[in-house]
Design a protein around this ligand. Structure first.
Ligand code: HEC
Length: 162
């Protein structure tokens, strides 16, 4: 439709006076501006998806490092990892704005935000419980709470990751 209009206008343009040039300009300027906007929008989504994946990679690396430490009886190192894990989990929650569908994130996240938020909140809460176990230097509850945290990964992926 649009192409046809432009072709028609171009035909008229050859026959008519300079005013047509002005009309064409008025048509093309918003078109160029519009396509520019769309590109910026796409780049933003790409950036957000990349950031999401990076956060998840960090979450995986941190939880992998923490696992053997839960049984070590030494709490300093795991405390640092766990604090870092908490930050990453909280950041991750902010990386799903409207229109940022992409990557391996299921479209269901945007269709059922309530459940997705609940899953992230459960995940965050489980990390906070690990912090409590560390605070109390309680290895038994630490191992227990680490396992609960780790089950959240699979629960969420099963429903919300493609
Ligand atoms: C509340 C939901 C949720 C929780 C909890 C969660 N993830 Fe994820 N994870 C996702 C989503 C969604 C993606 C896809 C993100 C994207 O591609 O935009 C993902 C992606 C990943 C990826 C990248 C996969 C790939 O192929 O690139 C890894 C690795 C990962 N998660 C590991 C973990 C680990 C380990 C845990 C637990 C310690 C965890 N996740 C907890 C939702 C979650």
């Amino acid at each position: 439709m649009l192409k046809l209009d432009i072709v028609t206008l171009q035909g008229v343009y050859q026959k008519l006076n300079m005013n047509i040039k002005l009309i064409l300009l008025l048509i093309f300027i918003p078109l160029i501006a519009l396509s520019h906007d769309v590109n910026i929008e796409d780049k933003n989504v790409e950036k957000i998806v990349k950031e999401r994946m990076e956060k998840m990679s960090k979450i995986k690396a941190l939880s992998t490092k923490m696992h053997p430490l839960t049984m070590s009886g030494i709490f300093d190192e795991i405390k640092e990892y766990n604090e870092n894990l908490l930050h990453n989990a909280k950041d991750f929650k902010q990386l799903f704005p409207e229109g940022s569908q992409g990557g391996k994130a299921s479209a269901l996240i945007w269709e059922d935000r309530e459940t997705f938020d609940l899953y992230i909140d459960n995940f965050i809460e489980s990390i906070e419980k690990i912090a409590l176990s560390i605070e109390n230097e309680d290895s038994v509850s630490l191992i227990e709470n680490f396992n609960i945290m780790a089950t959240n990964c699979g629960t969420c992926h099963k429903k919300f990751k493609n």
